[in-house]
Design a protein around this ligand. Structure first.
Ligand SMILES: [Zn+2]
Length: 441
């Protein structure tokens, strides 16, 4: 859009406002006449209805409107400044800096930026259950000028503002940039320009690595747990970003290297490094698919019946004590179970919810039995959590969970994983569970 177009747009706005005003005035005048003719009727019925109209309610409104109308247009504009929905800033972005800081960034639109002496106004609205609000509130303002306040270009935006949160409790906010001239807000950002962000950070761990659980053979569809979990993990990062939730992965390729240990070397004796990589985050989220013991249910391991397929969320000790994390585990289990059922990968969409006092101890039935439902459980070893990755997360004080999305020992699961969209569908279910569990939108 060019400068000429913008001027035209503003003129059009003014014309629209004046037209709208005249229509409202005519409407009120007509309404007043109607009200007067009906007033007798209302007065007759007032007692029985328990409603008495305020004296001369409608005529007073008409007089008000007349008084405004008799003023000069300029006076009218001074009394009631127009607030237009126009983006005075573009590429509005918000991102987590720390558990108590969210950074809002935007670019100026050169020919529509606030006039000299104007300001950009940072508006915020809570969208998570604990800060939910229908109203926008002003949280700060930045002087508008041709100079960027990100003069070092550190963030690559013209303007930067940091929202300092009152606590590190997980919150989700929406941000909008308005503009103010002569001390009054005259432009507000449009709905489409709103940015969403939270102070939550999640460490996504796509289980294993390429080659760790490779099983060549017929009807395998090239399935490898370490390849499939990476696809789910990368899709999950994108899904979470849509809800303003920041995340990072323990690996973004087929291999994993942490503290100099790669793949098998990491597995042998240093596996807890994987969980410790979650230090400073809100949740360690390890993505897996399950396998059962050899030849149970009278079937070959790789040809297990559909009934065995279920979703299992295994929480570490830190998560097991935390109701919010249990809520997340419940919501993930439920969302994944439902998604699998809808894809024909399960006979039930049921998932057994728990609270922090009813987390089930893990038994081999969860892997092998045909009539056990998915649930949230914990598995303890001689020294804390049985699984090294969950122990690692607990070591650094981070709640952790392994999500066994389903059994890849079922042929249909392998097929949909490698030839269908199971990766994005399960990732979406994981994100839905995390979002719901946190009380986010
Ligand atoms: Zn696994």
């Amino acid at each position: 859009m060019g400068a000429g177009d913008r001027r035209k747009k503003r003129r059009r706005w003014k014309r629209k406002c004046i037209t709208a005003f005249l229509i409202i005035f005519l409407f009120i005048t007509a309404g007043a006449a109607l009200a007067r003719s009906l007033s007798a009727f209302f007065e007759l019925n007032a007692e029985t209805r328990g409603y008495a109209p305020e004296e001369n309610e409608a005529p007073v409104q008409a007089e008000e409107a007349l008084r405004y109308d008799s003023k000069e247009t300029e006076e009218y504009e001074n009394d009631m400044p127009e607030v237009m929905e126009v983006n005075m800033a573009e590429n509005v972005t918000a991102e987590r800096v720390s558990s108590t800081e969210i950074r809002i960034m935007w670019n100026r639109i050169s020919d529509t930026s606030p006039a000299e002496g104007g300001q950009y106004v940072i508006m915020r609205k809570g969208s998570s259950a604990n800060v939910k609000s229908d109203e926008w509130e002003e949280i700060g303002a930045v002087k508008a000028s041709d100079e960027s306040n990100d003069s070092s270009g550190e963030f690559g935006y013209d303007y930067v503002f940091t929202d300092l949160l009152a606590s590190s409790e997980p919150v989700q906010y929406q941000y909008r940039i308005d503009a103010r001239t002569n001390g009054q807000v005259c432009y507000k950002g449009t709905e489409e320009s709103v940015a969403v962000a939270s102070n939550v950070l999640i460490c996504i761990d796509p289980g294993h690595y390429k080659g760790a659980s490779e099983v060549p053979g017929e009807n395998m569809y090239g399935y490898e747990e370490g390849i499939f979990t990476l696809r789910v993990g990368l899709a999950l990062r994108e899904e979470l970003a849509k809800h303003g939730i920041a995340s990072y992965l323990t690996r973004e390729t087929d291999r994993i290297t942490l503290a100099g240990y790669t793949n098998g070397t990491l597995d042998r004796g240093h596996i807890s490094l994987r969980g410790e990589y979650a230090a400073g985050s809100n949740l360690f989220f390890s993505i897996h698919t399950n396998a059962n013991n050899d030849n149970v249910n009278g079937c070959d391991t790789w040809q297990q019946p559909l009934e065995i397929n279920k979703t299992l969320v295994i929480v570490n000790e830190t998560a097991g004590r935390n109701e919010e994390m249990i809520a997340i585990a419940n919501e993930i289990g439920q969302a994944v179970a439902k998604a699998s059922y809808q894809l024909g990968l399960s006979y039930t969409d049921q998932f057994e919810r728990v609270d922090s006092n009813s987390v089930r101890p893990w038994t081999s039935d969860y892997n092998d039995s045909l009539n056990v439902k998915g649930t949230v459980c914990s598995r303890l070893g001689t020294d804390g959590d049985y699984y090294g990755v969950l122990r690692g997360a607990a070591n650094v004080g981070v709640p952790g969970m392994i999500v066994e999305h389903g059994h890849h020992t079922v042929e249909e699961v392998r097929k949909q994983a490698m030839t269908g969209k199971l990766d994005t569908i399960w990732a979406r279910a994981d994100a839905e569970g995390i979002v719901k569990g946190l009380g986010f939108e």
